[in-house]
Write a protein that binds this ligand. Structure first.
Ligand code: ATP
Length: 276
């Protein structure tokens, strides 16, 4: 077992050629990492996500993909969005992660006091406070070792040593929380089993202690054993995180779900119990 606290940091990252399919994730991770780590020491009051009448029309197109989508999700709970393919579920996750801007509407967190009264105005949800695991995240792994993969985008300057130490502690916690602590960080991420690749993808996001964790089809492409494994992991993560999932795997995720919504074609979202 390799203790994360003692590992040497990899050398300054030098971009390598990557496939087109990786470009989106690569750039997103690098930008978010550099923007987000400066805020690590801020203690955020975790508060419910409030999405108000969000519509989205991609630039240069004439039709809305989302129409006045609203939802709210309290902290440390599990929300699930289901619905037909092409209805706009992934588009909504991308908006929540700050990858695109809503055409109208707002995505906020609202603080409450102990009596349940809102404190002040709601705050816009900063993209650095959101973790997103894309569908088939293992396709976007870039590195030859787990250590390089999880520390990708970390600050490398000598002056950032304190920040790196803080990150290392958070990494240790993230690795433990996804059950990867017995795996050598020298291993090639691609040599992991399907379920463990998903654990790694989750750990990468958890290092930043996000206020909101977004998962797009977390069970897709896994065998039955790995699916059960990921469901159990999500059950654990739910104790400490606010999680919003897009999935077609309703039966397996059903025991975890606190609120669920059906998205209809045209991006109209309606709260509805799972049809299982
Ligand atoms: N930038 C864009 N410009 C135009 N259309 C787009 C754009 N992005 C996505 N779409 C279209 O918007 C619709 C919704 O896509 P989205 O991926 O959000 O659906 P989804 O509900 O997640 O589908 P699935 O369940 O198959 O993943 C699709 O018809 C897609 O082709």
């Amino acid at each position: 077992m390799l203790a994360v606290a003692n590992v040497a940091f990899p050398p300054v990252f030098s971009p390598r050629p990557f496939k087109m399919t990786r470009r989106f994730s690569w750039r997103y991770r690098a930008e978010r990492v550099s923007a987000g780590y400066s805020q690590l020491e801020v203690n955020f009051f975790l508060a419910p996500l409030v999405v108000r009448k969000v519509s989205y029309r991609p630039p240069g197109t004439e039709q809305n993909l989302l129409n006045e989508t609203s939802l709210s999700l309290r902290e440390k709970s599990f929300g699930l969005i289901f619905g037909r393919s092409g209805s706009g579920k992934t588009t909504l996750l991308q908006l929540l992660a700050g990858l695109s801007e809503p055409t109208s509407g707002s995505i906020c967190i609202q603080k409450y006091d102990d009596s349940g009264n809102p404190i002040g105005l709601s705050e816009v949800l900063a993209s650095q406070r959101v973790g997103i695991v894309f569908q088939f995240p293992e396709r976007y792994f870039l590195s030859d070792t787990i250590l390089e993969e999880v520390t990708f985008g970390w600050p490398r300057q000598k002056a950032d040593i304190l920040l790196r130490e803080q990150l290392t502690l958070k990494l240790q916690k993230a690795i433990n929380s996804v059950g990867l602590s017995a795996i050598s960080l020298d291993k090639d991420p691609q040599s992991l089993s399907g379920g463990f690749k998903r654990r790694l993808a989750l750990a990468i996001q958890l290092v930043q202690t996000p206020d909101l964790l977004l998962l797009d089809e977390p069970l897709a492409g896994l065998d039955w054993k790995a699916r059960a494994d990921v469901v159990n992991l999500l059950k654990d993560l739910k104790k400490d995180h606010t999680i919003l999932v897009v999935s077609h795997d309703l039966r397996e995720l059903y025991p975890l779900v606190d609120r669920s919504w059906r998205m209809e074609m045209g991006g109209v979202l309606k709260e509805e119990p799972l049809p299982v």
